[in-house]
Design a protein around this ligand. Structure first.
Ligand SMILES: [Zn+2]
Length: 155
């Protein structure tokens, strides 16, 4: 039986370097819509999201950053959380947990101060105590999350 040629096996010659697998490249190109033919957002003519009339911004998935009081601290805390820099021992403390029902304007500056004082609790214990006192005083104010129930009810 004579040896088969590469063309008979469905292979493409590799002269000139890697051309990609003909099957995978063809399957990608078959489903591709050129940019000028893609659906555009009804408001700003950006490329619209799949199945929607609007782009990512105008579909409501994107929100203008809130700049109310305390929101810069809130965003910084979110960034620290995403970076894994919030100590879990601190998040478990009652001083952290008991202020969770208050609005960001009251809560976030106190929590950021707690985070900043956390690693100085042995070198500057008075500052740590003062920051904790700030959080405890805030938790005592009305309007927060109900803390009469034991903490494990809300865990
Ligand atoms: Zn748009």
């Amino acid at each position: 039986m004579p040896k088969r040629k590469p063309e008979q096996l469905g292979e493409r010659k590799r002269v000139g370097g890697w051309m990609g697998s003909p099957n995978s490249i063809a399957s990608v190109l078959r489903g591709r819509v050129p940019l000028q033919d893609q659906r555009k957002c009804a408001r700003c003519r950006c490329v619209a999201m799949r199945g929607l009339k609007y782009c990512r911004m105008h579909a409501g998935r994107w929100a203008k950053r809130s700049d109310g009081p305390g929101y810069a601290e809130r965003r910084l805390l979110c960034r620290l959380e995403r970076a894994g820099l919030l100590p879990l021992e601190l998040l478990a403390l009652p001083v952290w947990r008991d202020i969770r029902g208050f609005p960001a304007a009251l809560r976030s500056p106190v929590r950021l101060a707690l985070v900043q004082a956390w690693d100085k609790q042995y070198s500057d214990p008075l500052h740590w105590a003062a920051v904790q006192r700030q959080a405890i005083d805030l938790a005592k104010q009305p309007g927060g999350y109900p803390t009469q129930v034991p903490w494990y009810e809300n865990a």
